[in-house]
Design a binder for this molecule. Structure first.
Ligand code: S3P
Length: 435
């Protein structure tokens, strides 16, 4: 198990790195485990993400009847049950909002009784965004008052739907698409601004009858099991972004990030870093279901930026972009980003509290913030940073430690999505751990 605190004490020297071991994509790993329950043949998955979130999802899939065999150290075979098994225990999603919301959609239309729960952070996150639309199509879901987990689901026959989502969220969209696969009639899901699209891409690749026109998705109920998934999961662009940030803020540095998901709903943060002045280039290769390739990032002086659209394409990277904004020259502003308040923690609060600990001037808004760049102080005494149990806050500020000393508490949460983060960080700068 990991140590409690991480200490970065000396600013990094310029570096030139090629990294081919960024953790596998978390969103795609969750979906590989869940969707292989909807097939009737074994799926072969290479590079399944062995991090806390996706291990919880895999454990739940096993409880629901999925047989998991290790073929070699990188490859697993997922053999589905004939019928999803009713569990005799609580299904523990850990910290994973994706695990909980997608399983709620998937299980609402399946015969059986299911209880989904998670850690204290997940049980404080809003579930009404899926409970209400699922209940409106006949799902029987009970939760704690206010729409919080644990949630109990009694699988029932669902109706087809025509649902326009008030929020742009891949988790809500995916929950509804999975429910639609078990509904009586056809369904339509509409979102105002597109969110990440792995669910529809993968399900279409597996033979589901799903048609997409811009932000409108038509889903037909399953009439037969889906085709199996055979997929080598590429690196997670949200994890890769921490090291792109490192190259962009440490003068004279460059990095080549290999074999990363290049789906356009996932690489917007790299585009923003480019607009802020960093050198960023993409080299595409291809792979089933998803675009994949290498990303090169090199240092150049950064300037401030305003971000007010495509927030769902940036939702996981905005904390790390906050570090780039603090280092950049001039003012940056983020608007329309209220969703940040209901992630693993309130990321607006967590980002600004920690930036202030580094001396950065910033202002909080209900739906975003203003950061005055160039105000980050470098001091020999490490700034005390709190992760708030949020893996992306911990890793964003570990990278900030490459330019100004930090001591991060509750650091072990990085293993939620990126267990080998520090092994890569240590190639740039040595770190200390405090038990
Ligand atoms: C995810 C969707 C996003 C993202 C999360 C993973 C997914 O959440 O923040 O880390 O895999 O569908 P929202 O869809 O709620 O924005």
């Amino acid at each position: 198990m990991l140590i409690g605190k991480l200490l970065c004490i000396s600013p990094a020297q310029s570096f030139s790195l090629e990294v081919d071991d960024i953790a596998a994509d978390k969103s795609i790993s969750h979906r590989c485990a869940m969707f292989s329950l909807l097939t009737d043949k074994p799926s072969v998955i290479k590079n399944y993400l062995l991090a806390e979130d996706t291990l919880h999802t895999l454990e739940i899939a096993k409880t629901l009847g999925l047989e998991v065999e290790e073929i070699d150290s990188h490859t697993m075979r997922f053999t589905p049950p004939k019928k999803i098994k009713e569990p005799n225990c609580i299904l523990d999603c850990g910290n994973a909002g994706t695990g909980m919301r997608l399983y709620a959609g998937l299980l609402s239309g399946v015969e059986g009784f299911f209880v989904l729960s998670g850690d204290k952070y997940l049980c404080a996150r809003p579930m009404n965004r899926i409970i209400q639309p699922l209940q409106s199509i006949g799902a029987r879901i009970h939760s704690r008052a206010g729409g919080f987990a644990p949630m109990a689901i009694i699988g029932s026959q669902l109706d087809g739907f025509n649902y326009q989502s008030p929020i742009s969220s891949a988790q809500v969209k995916s929950a509804m698409i999975l429910a639609a696969l078990h509904a009586k009639d056809k369904s339509t899901y509409i979102e105002n601004e597109s969110s990440r699209d792995h669910t529809e891409k993968m399900l279409i690749g597996m033979g589901a009858e799903i048609k997409k026109h811009e932000n409108t998705i038509h889903i037909s109920p399953l009439t037969k099991p889906l085709e199996s998934v055979d997929f080598a999961i590429p690196a997670d662009p949200s994890s890769a972004f921490f090291f792109a940030l490192a190259a962009a803020i440490v003068p004279g540095s460059e990095i080549l990030l290999k074999n990363v998901v290049l789906n356009k709903t996932r690489i917007q943060a790299f585009e923003i870093l480019k607009q802020m002045g960093a050198k960023v280039t993409f080299t595409k290769t291809s792979s089933p279901y998803e675009e994949v390739g290498d990303i090169y990032v090199a240092y150049a002086p950064l300037h401030g930026i305003t971000i007010d659209s495509h927030i769902s394409w940036l939702i996981d990277e905005l904390p790390a972009l906050g570090i780039a904004m603090a280092v950049a020259n001039g003012k940056s502003e983020v608007k329309n980003a209220k969703e940040l308040r209901v992630k693993e923690t309130d990321r607006i609060h967590a980002l600004l509290v920690n930036l202030r600990a580094l001396g950065v001037e910033c202002e909080e808004r209900e739906d975003g913030y203003v950061i005055y760049g160039g105000t980050l102080k470098t001091s020999a005494k490490p700034a005390s940073i709190q992760s708030f149990g949020d893996h992306r806050i911990a890793m964003s500020f570990a990278i900030a430690g490459l330019v100004s000393a930090v001591e991060i508490s509750d650091y072990a949460c990085i293993s939620i999505s990126f267990p080998n983060f520090d092994a890569i960080l240590c190639r740039i700068q040595s770190v200390k751990y405090i038990v």
